[in-house]
Design a protein around this ligand. Structure first.
Ligand code: KG4
Ligand code: ZN
Length: 342
């Protein structure tokens, strides 16, 4: 099987609101027709996502975001065959907005409702507007909320090989960027600054507590201790002078940890295709190191188009269509599950 999308002429609307992006997308005749993401910039001033602020912003944005996705796809409401929606994991208040909206639409239009797990969405983002990997494939899901290594045995059949025991990789980037006085979200900023830095400037710890499990809170603490060991004036000068080197060193620690686990899992499972998905899969050094690893062990690496790495509804549409084709339906009693697992 090369592509999980069963041939389908269905017109499907997907909605994603699990964190701080309000997103909607339309797939018709197996092709993505629109993907709209309204990012909530309001959180920048707080240095992180404020759940209450996020759910209110989703409420303000959802109608125009869905309308924009329908308009760009040139799809009238009456042409919709199904509504897919992220129902977890995520922030309860944020999920509630998308789920309630999707339920109301499915009820009003009398079309099937399909609940999609957000992680499942990220996994299938690697099939959005591209051929994607062959099954079985190894999938590293790395975002602000999740870091998991999965074996995708066949469409919608996943086996968890390992996960972070504390912070997610993106969360570590964001928290460490804050320690360097950089803006939120820190991941893309670290990526950008690290390009001019020396990754060997300081060796921060690489932690894999067990087989495919990760731990990133120790990395954050070690950066904090490293900075706090200096008198304040020296610290300020050092961070200013060496911010690129610090970013490159932190990024190298995260990337090396992730890629070494992937390499071990390739060798153990014997898969021929691997994928990296989620916000952190946009990281240029991660893509470069994973590609070198893939060449070394002779597997094919797949990453989503950069616009589908961070949260979006196109990935929910891709997973939703797959579920629709397999006859999966959710009841109209569907409720958000903030800690939904795969
Ligand atoms: O997938 P996503 O949008 O949301 C979650 O499901 O969590 O991922 C957001 C995370 C943030 O932590 C952000 O800093 C990180 O992805 N991120 C990056 C890059 N772009 C986004 N981290 C490192 N390098 C990047 N280029
Ligand atoms: Zn996500």
């Amino acid at each position: 099987m090369s592509n999980p999308l069963l041939s389908s002429s269905a017109t499907l609307l997907a909605i994603e609101s699990s964190c701080d992006d309000t997103a909607a997308a339309v797939i018709r005749d197996n092709r993505l027709r629109s993907s709209v993401v309204s990012s909530q910039l309001v959180h920048e001033r707080y240095g992180g996502v404020v759940p209450e602020v996020a759910s209110r912003a989703h409420q303000r944005m959802i109608v125009e975001t869905v309308n924009a996705a329908l308009e760009r796809a040139d799809a009238g409401r009456d042409t919709l065959d199904a509504i897919a929606v992220t129902h977890g994991p995520g922030l309860a208040g944020s999920l509630m907005v998308g789920v309630s909206f999707a339920k109301a639409m499915a009820l009003g239009l009398d079309v099937p409702l399909i609940g999609v797990n957000h992680i499942e969405g990220h996994i299938y983002s690697v099939f959005t507007e591209q051929k994607g990997p062959r099954y079985p494939f190894l999938c590293l899901v790395v975002s602000g909320g999740h870091t998991q290594l999965m074996l995708v045995e066949e469409p919608l059949k996943h086996k968890l090989l390992g996960r972070t025991r504390d912070d997610a990789a993106g969360e570590a980037f964001d928290k460490i960027a804050k320690l360097f006085g950089l803006e939120y979200p820190g991941g893309p900023v670290i990526d950008r600054l690290a390009k001019a830095g020396d990754p060997t400037f300081h060796r921060f710890p690489r932690s894999r507590p067990d087989r495919y499990d990760f731990s990133f809170s120790g990395l954050k603490t070690s950066v904090l201790y490293y900075l706090n060991a200096m008198p304040e004036s020296e610290r300020t000068r050092m961070v200013k002078e060496h911010v690129a080197d610090l970013c490159a060193s932190v990024q190298e620690a995260v990337v090396e940890t992730l890629v070494s686990a992937m390499k071990d899992a390739v060798e153990e499972t014997g898969v021929e295709h691997v994928a990296i998905v989620g916000g952190v899969s946009a990281n240029s050094r991660l893509r470069e190191a994973a590609s070198a690893m893939a060449d070394q062990v002779d597997v094919q690496l797949h990453v989503p188009h950069s616009r589908y790495c961070t949260d979006n509804a196109a990935m929910i549409a891709t997973a939703g269509l797959l579920k629709l084709g397999r006859g999966e339906r959710s009841p109209l009693t569907l409720t958000p599950d903030p800690s939904l697992s795969l």
